[in-house]
Design a protein around this ligand. Structure first.
Ligand code: PLP
Length: 426
């Protein structure tokens, strides 16, 4: 923070130097993420690929390492101290995640490998029982492939169809079109909370209200929302909410399916094996209660413990200040983009979280990405697993800079300085 900014009497809530963000010490947050303090290709790393995966704070690295160092054991069935400790930490992690998204009950937190597996679980367990020929599954045109392909697979099995909800040129769901598409053939609406490619924040509570009006269920893909703002599954009133641990400062290989209890209770198990059974015999098998009915096999114990440590870390920070900080980074990037000749923003929704997607001088995004990497700036390029969205926009991909709590205005400046150099090669 410059001295002048410190002395400035003007307070802009969207400014990094404002009263709101002044309470937030980004340098302290950065110090919690050891990976950030490194050189890449001879330059200090600028990590702007947070929508792909977030970095991990020491608290998460230590929780996983300590688990393996001191407590490693299998859960639920051990008759010894280590197993008791592992079980206590693993089930404690479920409590932490239940509090984090305001789940009415801990049993509604089902551990999965991530968002993708959670959507597949719902598509195949709920879908095979509740979808039939002639039914409609609505997904938005913004969706990640994870929220399209499982629905296409189950639709092909049962004879239902997957229909995309149109979007505006700004990259927002067309709510009027959605309202017109909702009829009694629609059994589920599956939408992202935040678009990974454009950052659009979708009005999911409104979508839920409309969908429930025709008796359709709603799954919200929270992969890109969960790190940016507080999620309350009760106030959203959705039927399923899913997210991945690695997008919220936790480890890869762990994620959450949250579901309405009555629906989860009615749904058949998806995978069979240990843990998910009550009794097994060749004359018939009975299944365990929630959440274990959906957790066949040895779970990712360290992953769950690591994810709970990530959630504890995040909730220990001032989330209002974090949101203000991230909003400042985005508005600073958008303002800088206006002064960058040849840059075209992709996605200009009124409400965006974390993402700045763009094209430069008609150059192929992957060339831009490579030239940025040579300068230590990490971004993602390509279709971002959203090929139908790219087709809709008439482009093959974008360059995506995505921000998190540890990014700074200096990172944005480095991105734009690097883009000026990239232009010399195009
Ligand atoms: N949905 C969205 C919106 C995403 O951004 C992603 C990952 O980028 C996914 C789903 C898939 O997440 P995962 O690969 O962790 O299962």
């Amino acid at each position: 923070m410059s001295e002048n900014a410190e002395l400035s009497a003007e307070v802009n809530p969207c400014d990094a130097n404002s009263a709101v963000t002044r309470g937030f010490d980004v340098a302290r947050v950065r110090a919690d993420f050891p990976i950030l303090a490194q050189q890449v290709n001879g330059n200090p790393l600028v990590y702007l690929d947070n929508a792909a995966t977030t970095q991990k704070p020491n608290a998460v690295i230590d929780a996983i390492s300590n688990y393996y160092r001191f407590d490693n054991s299998n859960v639920h069935r051990g008759a010894h101290a280590l197993s008791d400790r592992a079980t206590e930490k693993f089930e404690g992690a479920r409590d932490t995640l239940a509090r984090f998204i305001n789940s009415p009950r801990r049993e509604q937190i089902i551990w999965t490998r991530g968002t993708t597996e959670a959507i597949n679980l719902v598509a195949f367990s709920w879908g095979r029982v509740n979808l039939k020929s002639g039914d409609t599954i609505l997904v938005s045109s913004l969706e990640h492939h994870s929220n399209i392909v499982p629905w296409q697979m189950v639709a092909a099995e049962v004879g239902a169809k997957v229909v995309p909800i149109p979007i505006s040129t700004q990259g927002e769901i067309d709510m009027v079109a959605l309202a017109n598409m909702l009829d009694e053939s629609v059994k589920i609406v599956s939408v992202g909370h935040v678009s990974n490619a454009l950052g659009t924040v979708n009005p999911v509570a409104d979508i839920v209200r409309l969908a429930h009006g025709v008796g359709a269920k709603v799954l919200v893909d929270g992969a890109q929302a969960i790190a940016h703002f507080e999620v309350d599954v009760q106030s959203l009133d959705c039927d399923f909410y899913v997210f991945s641990g690695h997008k919220v400062f936790g480890p890869t290989g762990i994620g959450v399916l949250w579901g309405r209890e009555s629906l989860l209770n009615e749904m058949p198990p998806w995978q069979g094996g240990g843990e998910m059974i009550e009794t097994v015999s060749f004359s018939g098998t009975t299944y365990n209660v929630l959440p274990y009915k959906f957790e066949a096999g040895t779970p990712d114990i360290a992953g769950a413990i690591g994810l709970a440590a990530a959630v504890d870390y995040l909730t220990g920070l001032d989330r209002v200040a974090l949101a203000a900080h991230e909003a400042d980074l985005l508005s600073y990037a958008y303002a800088s983009a206006k002064n960058c000749a040849g840059l075209t923003r992709v996605g200009e929704a009124a409400n965006i979280a974390g993402v700045f997607s763009f094209l430069l001088n008609g150059a192929h995004p992957s060339d831009v990405g490579t030239l940025l990497d040579h300068q230590g700036v990490a971004v993602r390029t390509g279709h971002h697993c959203a090929q139908p969205l790219m087709a809709n926009l008439g482009i093959s991909g974008t360059v995506r800079a995505s921000f998190s709590i540890y990014n700074t205005r200096e990172d944005v400046d480095r991105l734009f300085a690097a883009l000026e150099k990239v232009k010399q090669f195009l």
